[in-house]
Design a protein around this ligand. Sequence first.
Ligand code: KE4
Length: 425
Amino acid sequence: MRNSDLYSRACQVIPGGVNSPVRAFQGVGGTPVFMKRGEGCHVYDSENKRYTDYVLSWGPLVLGHAYPSVVESIIQTARLGTSFGAPTELEVELAELLVNQFESIDRIRFVNSGTEATMSALRLARAYTQRDKIIKFSGNYHGHADMLLAQAGSGLATLSMSSSAGVPEKSVQDTLVAPYNNLDVVRELFSAYPGQIAGIIVEPVAGNMGLVLPKPEFLTGLKSLCEQHGALLMMDEVMTGFRAALPGAQTYFGVDADITCLGKVIGGGLPVAAYGGKRKIMEQVAPLGPMYQAGTLSGNPLGMAAGLATVRALLKPGVFESAAARCEQLVLGIREMAAQKKIPVQASSMGTMFGLYFLKEPGEISNYEDAKKLVDSERYSKFFHKMLELGHYFAPSAFEAGFVSAAHTEKDIHETLDAVCQALL
Ligand code: KE4
């Protein structure tokens, strides 16, 4: 069935024809592509057109599509039943694996989405500190929980919505917003609200306004401000976990979070996310402590199996490193060609994730305010559609990060760079 026919069918029964706004191509125009099959670094749409995939389900597929050991593990597990609503050995295994990976985590709770993980992290910080206010950063996206939909990134940035309808003012009155990479404003907020701020939630590498790296000292500065004021530092590593670095961006920058949110890669393409931290904090969580959080399918066997197979394969020597090398090769190639054509871009990468901004004029983007001012979304849309026509699937939004998998070969990157050369107009 043609994409356009599927799309009109979808629009009859699903709002906007999609189950997540950013998939609707509103940020780039045109009809969304309906995917039918994935294999390695390629996806095939409903018209059987092949694309080299740089969205990879927005991060989870760090090994590529339909990775054999992941598929096999899901099949074997499904044969034993799909869900019990009771503890299973699989969730203990994945919990042990993640606790061993993260210095800052000795207890972890699984949930089903990044939204649930960050929503629970905020509740935990508030329970632990007995305070209400939270600091977040404009352009950071932490899922769609009411109190976090203030000046968020990702789909809200794509649709240039500052927050969302249906979120009562009182739900965001305790959410304080600062510009990313700006420690002064954070310092001012702590002085303005002494003893009232439960914590800071931050994307340690911002992947929801495009890709913005933290300035040196930004994360260490946040950590020391939290220590100084008795607040908790929550790092939302839903996207950066097992993507920016192994096991996460906090490891690379040497700044331990008090609470870490994970997702995407740890579910290997199935709905799995988690929040974790030191025992003294996590003991607040029911049934041990007074902070309630629950989920019918939390720790679901299929998700645990897919997550275990994915993380285990990724941790094998050289797997992450080769994906990161391919990612860097892509970004360096784009930078070089844009320079040759005198097209102002900001192309950057960290580990297996990358960002590509087309700029209205030469400049540097280090926060969301810069991005809104400098990004040439029109030029990105043209680039996106040309690349799509040539068989390379980039994020359908100028305000998203891109991803590379262990299945991308040098040949794939070279082919993509050949297409980039034609699409850099
Ligand atoms: P989910 O609720 O979508 O599983 O996770 C929310 C979330 C939390 N934290 C970070 C850092 C995230 O990047 C996300 C979700 N990422 C977007 C892509 N930028 C998901 C894509 C979508 O919304 O369809």
